[in-house]
Design a protein around this ligand. Structure first.
Ligand code: SF4
Length: 75
């Protein structure tokens, strides 16, 4: 899984950091706009990431299920 965050589309709803806090955060010093902390998270985070993608009101989160980082087949 590979995640792309289109920051310019983010409306700072905070949904992503709420449902997938290991992957996204919404720092107060960035006015709650999303920050992608782990662009290629482990399997344990995939369900939460899919929820974040689904719940993002501006479709700023793009998830590529098939993009596996080179040398890491466990993700
Ligand atoms: S859910 Fe979408 S709009 Fe809301 S903070 Fe995350 S990326 Fe931004």
């Amino acid at each position: 899984m590979k995640i792309t965050l289109h920051s310019s589309m983010c409306v700072a709803s905070g949904n992503c950091g709420f449902v997938a806090p290991e992957v996204f955060s919404n720092p107060e010093d960035n006015f709650g706009f999303a920050q992608l902390d782990d662009p290629a998270p482990p399997e344990t985070q995939h369900e939460a990431v899919r929820s974040a993608e689904y719940l993002c009101p501006s479709k700023a989160i793009q998830v590529d299920e098939n993009d596996v980082p080179a040398g890491d087949q466990s993700r």
